[in-house]
Design a protein around this ligand. Sequence first.
Ligand code: AKG
Ligand code: FE2
Length: 290
Amino acid sequence: MSSDPPRCPIPADDALVARNQLMRDGYCIVPGVLQGDFLERVRAFADRFLDEHPVDHKHRYQGSDFHILGESRWQANPDERRYHAPIVDELVDFPEQRAVAEAIGLEGLDSGGGIIILNKPPQGPPLYWHQDCMHWNHPRSALPWPTQVFMSYYLVDTTRENGCLRALPGTHLRRTALHDILPPAHGPEIQAVEVDHPGFAEHPDEVDIMAKAGDLVFADARVLHAAWPNQTDVRRPLVLQWWSVFPFPTAPSWWEGDMPAELSLDPDGSYDPTRVPGEHLKASRSAPSS
Ligand SMILES: O=C(O)CCC(=O)C(=O)O
Ligand SMILES: [Fe+2]
């Protein structure tokens, strides 16, 4: 066994820029983390899985929503109803991925142990604006740093034409008019709408995130995001992992601001899960104290 540390495909300066963007905008992108044979194997796995598993109509806007556990995690608690595969362990435990996440300053990294295969089939429809946080009653959702991030690899180069990701920078910390009109993400109400619903509309502040195959996209679960339709004849799949970070009430070791008041609230209080942002999502952030 070699004891070489994993290749960290991000210089320290770039890591700081990425961290600052994740904090300010709610997402960042690190190029070329998944490469070569491993990228090929993940793409082949996702392609085969999508070829073999029809997608329920209710998932047409997400393109697919297949949750797959790592083999070792599944063996520890076998459940015949759940998909599982060894390559998922490889992804979750991928040393370069962990090295990048740590380089940008993510601490207390804790994986759900699985991936989700999402997709945009050829000529597939857009994905509505949404945020994926399910803990808006919990004080952790009011913090200036993330406590849950997704890490995604698109498996082909993405552009507006084939349905790249879109984001509304800063909306992980700041309420917008869109929050008031969006039904909860991935629930029956939004799944039943047509694409002329305002949840699909263009927004003046939106940006395209044109990830290339194997780039690692980090996003705060709270940030509003969407995806363009796929206007090509080629599938545009991705694999997404959920990670918890900075377990409440810990602050990042590098945090230099004031400690948020919410940190003193009971971490184990009974906060009913909800996808609907309440008082923890402020209309605007107060200016930093000078
Ligand atoms: O398809 C994408 O690019 C993003 C998918 C997504 O955000 C979701 O399904 O929650
Ligand atoms: Fe999402």
